[in-house]
Ligand binder design. Structure first.
Ligand code: HEC
Length: 126
């Protein structure tokens, strides 16, 4: 009887260890040592469009070809204006519109940071 009791005790101990061990691992984004499942969800909300997305959807209509004498994509014209006015200056005129350039470049629901990213995208590819 004494033997049987200790066998049960050993089984119970394993069961208890199984029961109290941590239920999950906390995965911190970027930690490659804990890769058991889907990647961690990025902390930032995914609603901000990239400069490339905004450019391709809205700005390309004019800037791809230099329509209406807009600074043509890839020609160096936007970079030249950036040197002259700074990114803040370009952003200000993109928001308000300037001559034939409509306010926000027709991206009416664009946040300032999205417009800025689109301008930066044009400068980076100039
Ligand atoms: C309907 C045509 C059109 C669209 C669409 C358009 N632009 Fe323009 N953009 C222009 C024209 C024309 C100019 C030149 C204005 C001038 O200096 O006379 C210009 C100039 C600019 C400038 C330079 C402003 C300055 O101060 O020199 C920026 C920055 C700019 N556009 C950003 C954008 C962005 C970002 C988008 C998309 C979200 C966009 N544009 C969409 C026509 C357009």
């Amino acid at each position: 009887m004494a033997l049987a009791t200790s066998v049960y005790a050993a089984v119970d101990r394993d069961a208890i260890i199984e029961r109290i061990k941590p239920h999950g691992n906390i995965c911190v984004e970027g930690d490659e040592t804990c890769g058991t499942g889907a990647p961690a969800v990025a902390a930032s909300a995914g609603t901000v469009r990239s400069g490339e997305e905004v450019y391709n959807r809205f700005c390309t209509a004019c800037h791809a070809t230099g329509l209406l004498e807009s600074p043509k994509f890839g020609s160096g014209a936007m970079s030249a204006r950036a040197d002259e006015k700074g990114l803040d200056g370009l952003l200000a005129s993109a928001i308000s519109g300037i001559n034939a350039m409509p306010p926000k470049g027709t991206c009416n629901d664009c946040a300032d940071e999205e417009l800025e990213a689109a301008i930066q995208y044009m400068i980076d590819n100039d």
